[in-house]
Design a protein around this ligand. Structure first.
Ligand SMILES: [Fe+2]
Length: 323
């Protein structure tokens, strides 16, 4: 391939530049890009002047190179999707009637690169693996920029394969035997405690959504490389693999939104694993498409001046390995 590439942070992450919509549809380019994605810790960006006007169907076809697309948009979000496509709109754009047509989650702006590292006092940035509370957590996501503010709104990524490999062997062995208990009820209650309008699960919904368990160290199904895994707002405890949880403890985590002390096993690692040697700060340009592997990276959003600028992102979720 003749496209220029640029590594983002050593072996972690790679950008392919001067990409056109025709490239995205070219099977040779697709195979090359997927190989680069797997070889660079599951973080790949493509950039090109013509990608800013990419059609939704072109983005869908490109996304299918990396995984099977989740084809349902939650009912409540139908008005925040690209009509007829499994693409969620994220940002602060409005239609001509002034109605918000994208999903907005306001988070703080970075004041400098030192803010990229997790701060135990503020618990920010909210670094996480996506949706570990689901029985089958997503394998990755595709994020495409339609409109970018001139400053802020970066997306942060951290290399969890590199972070695991850098741990001392005895620490790795300890983590290998653990799993995270991830509960949707805990997740919702935790958010509700600082955003009181956020709904919590009814007792019936709680019963229908029992906690999911994921390993703290996940071996990548394609490359076999191990990665730190399973930190999400739903992570309410970390236990030895297979160990039963006391229902009274689960009630407390779910109904009060408090984490078990064992979650500190993960949180105590966060300042190190979100340090400069493991992280990438992606500054968006209109047209950019980034694919991240949810099994080998963690990520976090950052804010921008919501009153001054407009942002629109398109997001697809990948739920299974590409066949
Ligand atoms: Fe996320």
């Amino acid at each position: 391939m003749t496209h220029p590439t640029q590594p983002l942070n050593g072996d972690f992450g790679i950008l392919i530049d001067q990409v056109s919509p025709d490239d995205l549809a070219d099977p040779d380019f697709q195979a090359w890009a997927r190989g680069l994605w797997l070889d660079h810790g599951g973080l790949l960006g493509v950039r090109g002047a013509q990608l800013a006007d990419l059609l939704p169907e072109q983005l869908v076809r490109w996304s299918e190179v990396f995984g099977v697309i989740e084809d349902k948009i939650q009912t409540a979000r139908e008005d925040k999707s690209v009509a007829g496509f499994p693409i969620l709109r994220i940002g602060n754009v409005r239609n001509k009637d002034g109605k918000m047509v994208a999903q907005l989650l306001q988070v703080p702006q970075l004041t400098g690169d030192a803010d990229i590292r997790y701060n135990p006092e503020t618990r920010r940035p909210v670094w996480h693996t996506d949706s570990t509370f689901r029985a089958r957590p997503p394998v990755g996501s595709v994020f495409h920029c339609r409109k970018a503010p001139p400053e802020g709104a970066e997306t942060l990524f951290a290399d969890m394969q590199g972070a695991y490999a850098a741990l001392p062997p005895e620490e790795r062995r300890k983590l290998d035997g653990l799993e995270a208990v991830c509960s949707l009820a805990h997740h919702d209650k935790k958010i509700n405690s600082y955003s009181p309008h956020y709904p919590v699960l009814t007792p019936e919904q709680r019963k229908e959504n029992p906690p999911n368990r994921v390993p703290l160290v996940l071996n990548h199904p394609v490359t076999g490389r191990p990665s730190l895994y399973g930190l999400n707002s739903s992570t309410c405890a970390i236990v030895p693999k297979g160990q039963e949880v006391d229902p009274a403890d689960l009630d407390k985590w779910d109904l009060e939104g408090v984490e078990d002390d064992s979650v500190m096993i993960w949180r105590n690692m966060l300042p190190t694993v979100t340090g400069p040697e493991f992280t990438v700060k992606w500054q968006w340009r209109a047209g950019d498409i980034v694919v991240w592997d949810n099994r080998s990276t963690i990520h976090s959003g950052t804010g921008f001046d919501y009153s001054k600028y407009e942002r629109e992102m398109w997001r697809l979720t990948l739920v299974a390995e590409a066949s």
